[in-house]
Write a protein that binds this ligand. Structure first.
Ligand SMILES: C[S@@+](CC[C@H](N)C(=O)[O-])C[C@H]1O[C@@H](n2cnc3c(N)ncnc32)[C@H](O)[C@@H]1O
Ligand code: SF4
Length: 394
């Protein structure tokens, strides 16, 4: 076993979490707002061929970072719920051959909320998945059509019901700050959604991503997201309603009952180590005390060809300097309500955060220091998080 990186030692929960992200890059159709690495294919996907390639890439990654204990696995996409349960089982088996999987590992799969996909949930549970995350997006049929979704609100809620019956843990995503959405309408929709939630929801403000059909419509003046004040009001009611419901924000867009947080996403935000497997996946690997930022070929067929010829799909493998690593720690950690441990920052960066800048941000009420000495962004600070991080990282 290789020695673990001592910089990991200061996790708030004391654990050395290690996550495995597996990217399934296909969807049935492309939603006009989405810029994830997702592709639509007319022909059927050769899943056994992909399984072999995924297994090869997992093995190649494990050869670089052997001896880890996997605390979380996350199947993201694209639409992983298009995979056959046998494919998911084979991929989990590939992970188990490469590393030890902790007995209490969290294994999440992202699913689109259609009845066809919900029909596979039992199979996924049998394969070892213990949490699903559903892309509900809206509980309003008109909004769903405008978002280019292939399911109705009823169908999405039915899929949530199936998830609830099969999995102890599930989450769903909603997109808000949609064109013409008012705080009143959104409050009603959000309350209805929370009645269907148990321990976790992700609530994303609509982002106009460059080079998407929404960006074209936006540029042509045919799609108008809410103005800044309305967007702020929508954000504020989101925080109030979720907190009152017992699901406060633990991250900018993620809300959970305490203890119900997505452990896999915490791996990213707490700057722990993770392997990125599959087309366009990113990883952070600690090799001989140095953190490597990895990325794989994005195009599915090109990734497949690379893995089949060279055993992995890596196109980037960059050693991060301590300054880069410290910036990343700050950028990710301040997204969390729990904030960061400044002493951990100092251990990575080799220098402390600037006390004058912290004092200034304190004065403006944008950050606070907890009893245990953690530095965290305050509720008024979160809407201007980018500026707070830029100030501290400078
Ligand atoms: C990888 S996608 C979801 C998985 C699944 N394919 C689905 O659509 O149900 C993750 C989530 O990101 C959110 N998302 C994607 N593009 C977005 C955008 N432009 N603005 C806000 N949220 C977005 C959606 O809520 C989506 O469910
Ligand atoms: S939102 Fe989900 S279903 Fe739509 S294109 Fe993106 S990944 Fe695919």
């Amino acid at each position: 076993m290789t020695a673990r990186d001592p910089l990991h030692a200061a996790d708030p929960d004391g654990a050395q979490a290690f996550g495995v992200y597996i990217h399934w890059p296909f969807c049935l159709s492309k939603c006009p707002y989405c810029d994830f690495n997702s592709h639509v294919r007319r022909e059927a996907i050769d899943e056994p061929r992909f399984v072999k390639a995924f297994a090869a890439e997992i093995a190649a990654t494990a050869a670089r970072i052997p001896g880890r204990t996997v605390s979380t696995i996350f199947f993201g996409g694209g639409t992983p719920s298009l995979m056959q349960p046998a494919t998911v089982a084979a991929l989990i088996e590939g992970v188990a051959k490469a590393w030890r999987i902790a007995p209490d590992a969290e294994v999440t799969l992202e699913a689109n909320p259609t009845s066809v996909e919900a029909g596979r949930f039992r199979g996924y549970r049998g394969a070892g998945v213990n949490r699903v995350s559903l892309g509900v997006q809206a509980l309003d049929d008109r909004a769903l059509t405008e978002l280019g979704r292939m399911h109705s609100a009823r169908e999405a809620l039915d899929a949530v019901g199936v998830a609830r019956a099969i999995f102890d843990r599930y989450s769903f995503d909603l997109i808000y700050a949609r064109p013409a959405q008012t705080p009143g309408q959104w409050s009603q929709e959000l309350r209805a959604a929370l009645a269907e939630a148990t321990d976790h929801v992700s609530l994303y403000q609509l982002t106009i991503e460059p080079e998407t059909p929404f960006a074209t419509l936006h540029a042509a003046g045919k799609l108008r997201p809410p103005d800044e004040d309305t967007a702020r009001a929508l954000y504020d009611v989101t925080q109030e309603i979720c907190a009152a419901h017992g699901l406060p924000a633990y991250e900018v867009s993620n809300h959970a009952r305490p203890g119900g947080e997505c452990r896999h996403n915490l791996v990213y935000w707490r700057a722990n180590e993770y392997a990125g497997i599959g087309p366009g996946a990113h990883g952070r690997l600690d090799i001989a005390g140095v953190r490597h930022a990895t990325a794989t070929e994005k195009r599915p067929e090109a990734w497949l060809a690379r893995v089949e010829t060279q055993g992995h799909g890596l196109i980037a493998d960059e050693k991060l300097t301590l300054a880069e690593r410290a910036d990343e720690f700050l950028l990710m950690g301040l997204r969390l309500a729990e904030g960061i441990d400044p002493a951990h920052y100092e251990r990575i960066a080799g220098r402390a955060l600037d006390p004058e800048r912290i004092a200034m941000l304190h004065q403006h009420g944008l950050v606070e220091t907890s009893h245990s000495g953690r530095l965290r962004v305050t509720p008024p600070g979160f809407p201007v998080l980018d500026a707070v991080v830029a100030d501290l990282a400078a």
